[in-house]
Design a protein around this ligand. Sequence first.
Ligand SMILES: NC(=O)C1=CN([C@@H]2O[C@H](COP(=O)(O)OP(=O)(O)OC[C@H]3O[C@@H](n4cnc5c(N)ncnc54)[C@H](OP(=O)(O)O)[C@@H]3O)[C@@H](O)[C@H]2O)C=CC1
Ligand SMILES: Nc1nc(O)c(N)c(N[C@@H]2O[C@H](COP(=O)(O)O)[C@@H](O)[C@H]2O)n1
Length: 227
Amino acid sequence: MKDKCENMQPYVILNAAMTLDGKIATKTGSSEISGLEDLKRVHELRKEVDGIMVGINTVLIDDPRLTVHKITSEKSDNPIRVVVDNKARTPIESRILNDDALTIIAVSNKVETDNIVFERSKALGEKADVFYSKDSSVNLKELMNYLYSKKIKTLMLEGGSTLNFSMLRENLIDEIRVCVAPMVVGGKYAKTLFDGDGFDFMKEAINLELKNSYQLGKDLVLEYKVL
Ligand SMILES: NC(=O)C1=CN([C@@H]2O[C@H](COP(=O)(O)OP(=O)(O)OC[C@H]3O[C@@H](n4cnc5c(N)ncnc54)[C@H](OP(=O)(O)O)[C@@H]3O)[C@@H](O)[C@H]2O)C=CC1
Ligand SMILES: Nc1nc(O)c(N)c(N[C@@H]2O[C@H](COP(=O)(O)O)[C@@H](O)[C@H]2O)n1
């Protein structure tokens, strides 16, 4: 993996599993999509990278561990976990705060004006490193620089759709690896690979180059470079 030392940002790989109709979860938040072979691939990738990042909604809905637990229980193989969490809503009892790996919680400047957010961020500071952004929504470029300074040279982005779009719009994603499962769930309220505000015109689309594609069990894995 390339070291992006010239701009002091980690090399970012977005990895996700989606249905053929582009959903990464159903409208109720159910998201078991990948087959076993793909989950093993995901955990091998987690082992390879220095850090792994998700948005707060993914923590609230999935309570993920973000470790390599499907391939080994060796704690030193786990990447540093990062949660982008404007209002410090990460529950203290969530699995992401267990001692399997270090965790960094990135919070917004709401800590300066909202006492409840401040108190929650203080409590989170007992169990994790807290990154304080100067902006009202975590400044992702600053966060990337901070993670790089913490020796995170490669970062896996694991969703959800809101954070995926923000990272893409800010031009912070280098690669996209997506597992397409042979299923269709539909639903206009079901999350897709990229949601957020979206772009207005096709000419604003982020262009990709397909680098690799292969079948894994019943699933299809597609690997793109972001141009
Ligand atoms: N199939 C798959 O591969 C995966 C599926 N998922 C699914 O995705 C769903 C969650 O996705 P989604 O609801 O979009 O939420 P996200 O997990 O993307 O979290 C979004 C939240 O992150 C916070 N945030 C802070 N700063 C930023 C920023 N700069 N840009 C964007 N967000 C920021 C905001 O919190 P606040 O609102 O507090 O301001 C925002 O609402 C779940 O159902 C989960 O199961 C998740 C990962 C992988
Ligand atoms: N690659 C992939 N395939 C799926 O089918 C998924 N549902 C996900 N979800 C991501 O994995 C997290 C759960 O991780 P743990 O096993 O608890 O470590 C979940 O929150 C999503 O980020 N990914």
